[in-house]
Design a protein around this ligand. Sequence first.
Ligand SMILES: *Cc1c(COP(=O)(O)O)cnc(C)c1O
Length: 373
Amino acid sequence: MNTPDITIPSDLLPADGRFGSGPTKVRPEALAALAEIGANYMGTSHRQLPVQMVVAELRNGLAELLRAPDGYEIILGNGGSTGFWDCATFGLIDNRSHHLSFGEFGSKFAKAVKAAPHLADPSVVDSEMGTHPELASVEGVDAVCYTHNETSTGVMLDPARVGDAGELMMVDATSGAGGLLFDPSATDVYYFAPQKALASDGGLWIAMMSPAAIERVEKISADGRWIPPSLDLKTAVDNSRKDQTYNTPALSTVFLTAQTVNWFNDNGGLSWSAGRSAKSADILYGWAEASPVASPFVEIESQRSKVVATIDFDESVSADTICDVLRANGIVDTNGYRKLGRNQLRIGMFPAIDPDDTLALTHCLDHVVAALG
Ligand SMILES: *Cc1c(COP(=O)(O)O)cnc(C)c1O
């Protein structure tokens, strides 16, 4: 079907049209800073001071932003969050893990663990799409795994500790880190990639690890389990402590992530950055609740994500058509998650997105819906 020819008046348009859920809007200021540092940084060795200083700045900045408790360390390596699942499968899960599966990402990690021949069959609990299962302790597991924010469905789950001290709380915060408030002491491994709430580019994984998590890494390493070198967390810990990575990282990703983290910290830290997302969430869900054709997909308010909104439309209007019209007007990546198969838009509300732009987006939605009607 052809996209209806609808022009949104320019005074309604947001200043920046990037509302994707990943990769997300990278701030023009960060891109300008990267261009400015240019040849003094890009194309230089990651084993030398200019790059190590940026890695150190990033590690220190993240410890500040995420309010790392005493003894917690920022560890990083290559391969994004998907790569980190493999690292965790080899280096953090001792024998058996418990997984909450309430969307694409949590289920993918559970699947990777299930296929690992050296681990016992994991315990997996799921729930209706658009909700999350209850976080509860399970007998005989040494790790509990769940997402802080399920990017595919727009459901968030506040990290909490369950079980005994032998259970590591492993939280996939890929789209949550930097955009959601949380209690860091409720987590042992709070891991993410920087192309979502941290407004950078992909390729890197970053994990804030508790002393118990690092102890587990060391124990499994000492046990002599075979671990592919690029997935070896002991190696990652050793390199991170020297502000390096085992193999070459994307230097632009490292730099852009540090830019965002500094921007958050300079403005007041996590309460400020998460506050921007919360403001956008109020605007967007408020709009959907008042709209005659739209409604928030996630019904339980406390589970409704403040960084990724999933908005259902009734059958009188096609979300795909709205999405196409928005794209033709420079507002991009509002597509729903394909596998959910709903008449839905999915909209990023990460801290880098100006809440005023979120407000402008609601005006554009009103315009498009009226023009289609
Ligand atoms: C995007 C995403 C991932 C995958 O991240 P990659 O860096 O592409 O591997 C994993 N988990 C969640 C919650 C995500 O949003």
